[in-house]
Design a protein around this ligand. Sequence first.
Ligand SMILES: Nc1ncnc2c1ncn2[C@@H]1O[C@H](COP(=O)(O)OP(=O)(O)OP(=O)(O)O)[C@@H](O)[C@H]1O
Ligand SMILES: [Mg+2]
Length: 292
Amino acid sequence: MKVIVPANNKGGVGKTKLSIILAEYFSTYLRKRVLAIDFDPQCNFSSRFLHMEIDPASIAGKLPPIHPDYSTTDQNTSWLEGGRSSIADIFYGQPIIPYPTHIGTLDIAPAHAEKLLVAEAVRRSEVVEKVYRQIGILLESQDVTESYDIVIIDTAPSKGPLTISAIKAATHMIIPSVMEEQPIQGVYGMMQLWMQESLNRPKGKPLDLIGILPNMFRKTRLHTDMLDSLKRNPEMANFVIPLTLGQRTAYAEVDAEGAAPKTVFDLPEADQARKETLAVCEYISERIFTNE
Ligand SMILES: Nc1ncnc2c1ncn2[C@@H]1O[C@H](COP(=O)(O)OP(=O)(O)OP(=O)(O)O)[C@@H](O)[C@H]1O
Ligand SMILES: [Mg+2]
């Protein structure tokens, strides 16, 4: 089972967009069984596939809807909070019950804003036991390894315990970035995290860095210069993915509620956004499934 984690602690660089694209690509194009996991209290990845609800207990927080398999007459005590299941339940010793989505081969373990924020705030001395280990335990469970081929974990714009635990559980990491100063700082930070984690990995369990993906790329002086300087940097050059995702309105359009088409993959074949997205997905897929 492959575990892909897009990470960059700078916000708005396309982590969620990439998570969505990959989840849709692997499940619909390659017919892989995909588990999407949302580790970001903002709940954006979850909202793509589920109708998330406002949490009355927290300001601006969201929580998952009632699970479709839950029934009020169900005596099964593994259901918490009136039939809602979120990935944050791993931090509370509870089982995870993924939600089906409109795509048959794609399930999601959604975020729960409040509970994820609690896990993110765990004391340093307890973080290894209470946070780091939990996602690994879930992903190594027989239930999960037998049910899914690919897991995609969307992360928050932070280098906190949740992002670190996702990276610790990953087989593959990818760093999306806008080619601008602040996000590039994030890229350097993520490269450092990757190196540290790689040093700690046992031999048979490497963390493969797929690379740095330039997103929202425009052929402006700023973007081309930034990309060129990354490619000239000997420490970075080998990690820059030789493709880009442009700044395209199509991405925003398919995100709108009730949008048709619902994904870039449903756009006409000649559409640039679709072509670019497919090229990036195929590149990533090849990296993941070669040398099997
Ligand atoms: N290539 C693109 N072209 C146009 N819009 C894009 C592109 N990539 C992402 N976006 C849009 O930019 C916004 C930020 O992207 P996204 O939410 O994926 O970033 P993020 O890194 O997950 O942000 P955060 O750190 O807040 O979680 C979103 O509205 C998304 O739809
Ligand atoms: Mg996001």
